[in-house]
Design a protein around this ligand. Structure first.
Ligand code: ADP
Ligand code: MG
Length: 624
């Protein structure tokens, strides 16, 4: 068939341009990427052949071969994996720009491009790193089970690639790199031996290369195939025999995260069902992390990779965990659908969740700094777990960190620590949710709590609105939002002169259509007024959230509370007694309400009216 020329997708062109023109340091990672693709391809054909033996083609001497040719200046990475059809070559090596491509480009723009090519694998475009060291790449491939469908892909990475049918007797893929003038070292055996040790030692399939060694007789040379990697499935080894560096390298290998993991969880579950677990708690969100991406652990059954991210292994809130589960008891030829419903999977999940939560607890107790960094990025997911996973609720709640009126900005408390500080007489745990610490810290609602020394948690994440109310209590203490009218306030006695205010409050209520009631407040010490949500009504912050998401149009009405010890209130009450129903009483009353709206961070309905009322006051003050 004739040669066909096609163009790369636009983003890929940009990516290739960047790779060929800007990435110079750390170029050696191209080998890790190509070897990892070869290994993926072998895993895929192993998996497919479970259902369809034809795909094996009597070729199961699984191997990734490195073939350097110093004379020709080429390096070939060859595998007997799944191979690619013409369509998948077009799709995977040229026309589909994965969502990661753009993200990678943007990240590189912000960073020093030249120093971070190692990030490329995170974005699902690892193949193109070949162009860091090659000015031409040839891919000869043919798919498993279709011996006559070979195809050759060639590109110089400049914007186009060509395709041609070709004969390839063996299943799999050869990637041939025509090395750049300044990258010839990658055709040297010893360079490759070192690179495999450095980056690909844990790849589970043998990475082999032909090397010359001494023959049996003096001066004789012979060529032997050497296995370059130790191929140890780390999770099968004994914990005590694995070095921290080995765990780190393995973690980086399977996640492409360039950071070290915050903690390693490695154990064998024994008993009726045996399975091995090697799980990692990441130290922070990797660059490419997206919430939508399928996350989860790899599932192996008897050392065969069955699923790259098996969502049945972990509940969604633990989607930040990476690693491997290798089960000896699940049937090898199980379909994915049946797998999801297998009761054993559920047992594994239960066990995993328990061990991961214990791992998190241990991290929290032993390395505060690491845990803080972790929590900063993934705490939201734990909060999600606290409101969803009822069977583990207590353990998860103990992992949560909060800011409070007794922590400095940037410092945190757990609920357990909060309890140790609770003064006598305080029955509940209090919290206030808002946009920012600054905003809620200045809320008039906090005044009486502060005066009394009752600690209030200051929560600023949208998810807090879902989670905190759903928790209801912690260790028999209630969890209460202080912007709700029914929440207990430090001052319990009603003021002695409450009756004196009643007619004024009733009058004010008739003049303020946006409130359900006007009451005397027990929670204010300095401010004149505040707003609280009545039982069952949404709080102000929650309403703002819902409006932002387009789920709510009208605000619900709130309760206006006024401070009976504040002169603005007492004097206004007196004025009302003297000349009830005067315009001045009405306008000043409205101002009490409007101040409270502003203080809670909401918008005024009638900002023009408010300005006028303030200006009238100014004139009054200045005329005196
Ligand atoms: P990723 O490996 O993250 O998917 P890459 O850019 O490394 O991204 O590879 C893109 C795709 O090309 C792979 O997903 C795979 O479908 C295909 N591919 C690359 N190398 C091989 C190979 N050696 N054998 C079969 N398919 C391959
Ligand atoms: Mg890859």
């Amino acid at each position: 068939m004739a040669t066909e020329t096609m163009e790369f997708k636009t983003e890929l062109k940009q990516l290739l341009h960047l790779i060929t023109h800007s990435l110079y340091s750390n170029r050696e990672i191209f080998l890790r990427e190509l070897v990892s693709n070869a290994s993926d391809a072998i895993n895929k054909v192993k998996f497919d052949s479970l259902a369809n033996e034809d795909k094996l083609e009597d070729n199961k001497d699984w191997k990734i071969r490195l073939i350097p040719d110093a004379k020709a200046g080429t390096l070939t990475i060859s595998d007997n994996g799944i191979g690619m059809s013409r369509e998948s070559v077009i799709e995977h090596l040229g026309t589909i720009a994965k969502s990661g491509t753009k993200a990678f480009l943007e990240n590189l723009k912000q960073q020093d491009v030249k120093t971070r090519p190692d990030l490329i694998g995170q974005f699902g475009v690892g193949f193109y790193s070949a162009f860091m060291v090659a000015d031409k790449v040839t891919v000869i491939t043919r798919p498993a089970g279709s011996p006559t469908d070979g195809v050759t892909w060639v590109s110089d990475g400049q914007g186009e690639f060509s395709l041609e049918s070709s004969v390839k007797p063996d299943r799999g893929t050869d990637v041939i790199l025509h090395l750049k003038e300044d990258a010839k070292e990658y055709a040297q055996s010893w360079t490759l031996q070192n690179l495999v040790k450095k980056y690909s030692d844990f790849i589970e399939h043998p990475i082999v290369m032909e090397v010359e060694t001494e023959g049996e007789n003096e001066g004789e040379k012979k060529v032997v195939e050497e296995v370059l990697n130790s191929q140890t499935a780390l999770w099968l080894r004994n914990k005590s025999e694995v070095k921290p560096e080995e765990y780190e390298a393995f973690y980086q290998q399977i996640t492409n995260d360039s950071d070290k993991p915050a903690r390693v969880i490695h154990y064998t579950a024994e008993g009726n069902n045996e399975f091995r677990v090697l799980a990692f708690i990441p130290s922070k969100k990797p660059f490419s992390y997206t919430w939508e991406e399928p996350q989860g652990m790899k599932l192996y059954i008897q050392r065969v990779l069955i699923m790259d991210s098996c969502d049945g292994l972990l509940p969604p809130y633990l989607r930040f965990i990476r690693g491997i589960v290798d089960s000896a008891d699940l049937p090898l030829n199980i379909s994915r659908e049946l797998l999801q419903n297998n009761p054993l999977l559920e047992k594994i999940q239960k066990n995993l969740v328990r061990n991961i939560l214990e791992g998190l607890e241990a991290l929290k107790n032993t390395d505060e700094e690491k845990y803080l960094a972790f929590f900063d990025d993934f705490g939201v997911m734990l909060k999600e777990g606290a409101s969803r996973d009822w069977s583990n609720k207590e353990k998860i709640v103990d992992l949560l960190l909060f800011q409070s009126t007794k922590t400095e900005p940037g410092k945190f408390t757990t609920l357990a620590e909060y309890l140790t500080r609770m003064p006598e007489g305080q029955k509940d745990i209090f919290y206030l949710i808002g946009e920012s610490r600054e905003l809620i810290e200045n809320s008039p609602l906090l005044e009486a709590y502060k005066a009394k020394g009752w600690e209030v948690l200051l929560c600023t994440e949208p998810i807090d609105e879902m989670v905190l109310p759903s928790l209801r209590e912690y260790k028999t203490k209630g969890l209460k939002a202080i912007d709700r009218s029914e929440t207990e306030t430090p001052e319990t006695e009603a003021p002695e002169n409450a009756e004196e205010f009643k007619p004024f409050l009733d009058y004010l209520k008739t003049k303020l259509p946006d409130v359900t009631d006007v009451r005397l407040s027990k929670r204010l010490t300095e401010s004149a007024s505040c707003l609280v949500a009545d039982k069952d009504a949404m709080t102000a912050h929650y309403e703002r959230l819902m409006k932002k998401m387009g789920r709510l149009e009208e605000s619900s009405k709130r309760v206006l509370e006024v401070n009976p010890t504040h002169p603005a209130v007492t004097l206004l009450n007196k004025l009302y007694a003297k000349s009830p129903e005067s315009d001045q009483v009405t306008n000043l009353g409205k101002l009490l309400y409007e101040q409270a709206v502003i203080a809670e961070g909401s918008k005024l309905h009638d900002p023009a009216g408010f300005s006028k009322r303030v200006n009238d006051l100014m004139v009054l003050a200045l005329e005196k």
